[in-house]
Design a protein around this ligand. Structure first.
Ligand code: SAH
Ligand code: TMP
Length: 387
C-alpha cells in the first residue's frame, strides 16, 4: 500500500513509497494492530493533507465534546485541558473561547499553524513521555487530557500511557475516541485499515492495556462519527466509579466475538467478498458506458482503491473540497483529484461515495445530484447502487 494521505503530482509517482499493510490480532491482549508500521515522520509533517474542519458535522461533534468535558470533568477553579492531535483547532478553540487554560499538541505543522493563527496555544511536536515532563515543569498538570482519532495513530502507546500518567492530576481524566473495532467487524469497514491507524481498539483491548499502567476505563460512550467510534473515559485506578455501560459493553463484545480469532477470519472473508462485488459493479458500469466519479478523496479511499484495484478507467476522477489535495493524484492508484466545483458543474452518472462516513451531511447537500438522475455507489456496509 502507498501512504494513505500522500496525494501526489505525476513527477513524484516514480519514487512513491509502499509498505505491506497487514493486520494482526493478539489472543493474549485482544489488540488488533498493524504488523508493519510506517515511521510517524513520514505521515505527519508540514504538508499533512487532513484538515479536521472540512466537515461541518465534525465541527458540531467537537463542540459538543468540548461542552461535555466542561460540564462533567472540569471542576477545579482554574482547569487546564490538553488535547493530543489538536489538528486545526476544531475542538481546542472551544476551550480557548471560554478563557480556559489549554494546550494542543500537534506535530503536523501546517494544520497546527491554522490553530496558532486563531491564537490557540499549540506545541507542534509529537506527544511523548519527554514532552509530558517538560509540560509538567512549565505549565503544571492537567485536569483533562483529550484525544480524537489520534491514540490509534501512535505506535508507542506504552510511552503515551506513561506520559499521560505523569501529566494528569491525581483526579484527572483521559478522554479519547477512535474508530471502534466492533463497527469495523459489523460493517466490514475495512477501509479504516491504513498506515495512520496502527490500532483498532475494542473495550477489551483498551481495558487490558490501561490496567497494565495502573489506570482503568470508568466510562464509554459510543459515537456515530467516522463510521462508528468509541469514546473512552479513563482515570487512575480507584479514581472514579465505573459506569454500568462498561460491563454491558464488555458482554456485548464477547457476544460479537471481539475476543476470539475466528471473528477476524470471518471478517477477512467478508472483506474479500466486498472487494469482488465492488470491482464487478465498477466493471459493469464501465461496460455500460457510465461515467463514475469518486466523492471525497478520503484517507480510507486509498485502501479501497489499491486493495480493489480501482483504476482511472473505472473512476474518472475524485471530487474533494480540500485545496491541498486538488490538482494532485490519489496515492497508488493515481486517480486525479478535482475541486468539488467540477462535480457540480458536470454531474457523473454514478458517484462512488468514498466519504461514506459523512453520508448524512453529503446526502443533505447533494439532493440536486439525485434529482438530476445521478446515482450513488456505496460499499459500506454493503455494495449497493442507490438512487
Ligand atoms: N483530532 C482531530 C485530528 C485527527 S487526525 C480530529 O479528530 O479530527 C490525527 C492527528 O493526530 C493529526 O493531525 C496528526 O498530526 C496528529 N498526531 C499524530 N501523531 C501524533 C502524536 N504522537 N502526538 C500528537 N499528535 C499526533
Ligand atoms: P475523512 O473521511 O477522513 O473525514 O475525510 C473526508 C474527505 O472528504 C476530506 O478530504 C474532505 C472530503 N469531503 C468532501 O469533499 N465533501 C464533503 O462534503 C465532505 C463532508 C468531505
Amino acid at each position: 500500500m502507498p501512504i494513505a494521505n500522500n496525494f501526489l503530482f505525476p513527477d513524484e509517482f516514480r519514487d512513491e513509497f509502499f509498505y505491506e499493510l497487514k493486520v494482526g490480532y493478539c489472543e493474549g491482549c485482544h489488540m488488533v494492530q498493524l504488523v508493519e508500521r510506517v515511521e510517524p515522520e513520514r505521515l505527519f509533517h508540514d504538508h499533512y493533507a487532513f484538515y479536521s474542519s472540512t466537515s461541518s458535522r465534525m465541527a458540531r461533534h467537537f463542540e459538543a465534546f468540548a461542552d461535555e468535558v466542561c460540564q462533567k470533568y472540569l471542576r477545579s477553579p482554574d482547569p487546564f485541558v490538553i488535547e493530543i492531535g489538536s489538528n486545526d483547532g476544531i475542538m481546542l478553540k472551544h476551550f480557548a473561547h471560554r478563557g480556559l487554560r489549554h494546550l494542543g499538541i500537534e506535530p503536523s505543522k501546517n494544520v497546527a499553524q491554522v490553530a496558532l493563527d486563531q491564537h490557540l496555544d499549540v506545541i507542534s511536536e509529537f506527544f511523548s513521555v519527554d514532552l509530558s515532563a517538560e509540560i509538567v515543569r512549565k505549565r503544571g498538570k492537567a485536569d483533562a487530557i483529550l484525544g480524537a482519532n489520534v491514540m490509534c495513530h501512535i505506535p508507542n502507546l506504552h510511552s503515551v500511557a506513561e506520559g499521560i500518567k505523569q501529566l494528569l492530576k491525581p483526579e484527572g481524566v483521559l478522554i479519547f475516541e477512535d474508530p471502534y473495532l466492533g463497527d469495523i467487524v459489523e460493517k466490514t469497514s475495512y477501509d479504516q485499515i491504513y498506515d495512520e491507524h496502527v490500532f483498532y481498539f475494542s473495550l477489551h483491548s483498551i481495558s487490558g492495556f490501561f490496567e497494565g499502567h495502573g489506570m482503568e476505563v470508568i466510562d464509554i460512550v459510543p459515537q456515530d462519527v467516522h463510521g462508528g467510534s468509541m469514546r473512552y473515559v479513563i482515570a487512575r485506578k480507584n479514581g472514579g466509579r465505573i459506569s454500568d455501560r462498561v460491563k454491558t459493553q464488555l458482554a456485548k463484545e464477547r457476544a460479537i466475538g471481539l475476543d476470539r480469532p475466528e471473528t477476524f477470519d470471518s471478517l477477512s472473508r467478508n472483506i474479500e467478498r466486498s472487494r469482488d462485488e465492488l470491482i464487478a459493479v465498477l466493471r459493469d458500469l464501465k461496460t455500460k458506458g457510465k461515467r463514475v466519479v469518486g466523492y471525497g478523496a478520503t484517507s480510507k479511499s486509498t485502501t479501497v482503491i489499491n486493495y480493489c484495484g480501482i483504476t482511472p478507467d473505472l473512476v474518472q476522477h475524485i471530487s474533494d473540497t480540500t485545496p491541498i489535495k486538488q490538482g494532485k493524484y490519489s496515492p497508488g492508484g493515481h486517480i486525479p483529484i478535482r475541486p468539488y466545483e467540477s462535480f457540480c458543474a458536470d454531474y457523473p452518472d454514478v458517484a462512488l461515495l468514498f466519504a461514506w462516513n459523512h453520508a448524512d451531511e453529503i446526502m443533505a447537500k447533494e439532493k440536486r445530484f439525485l434529482e438530476s438522475g445521478g446515482k450513488w455507489l456505496t460499499y459500506i456496509p454493503k455494495v449497493e447502487v442507490i438512487g
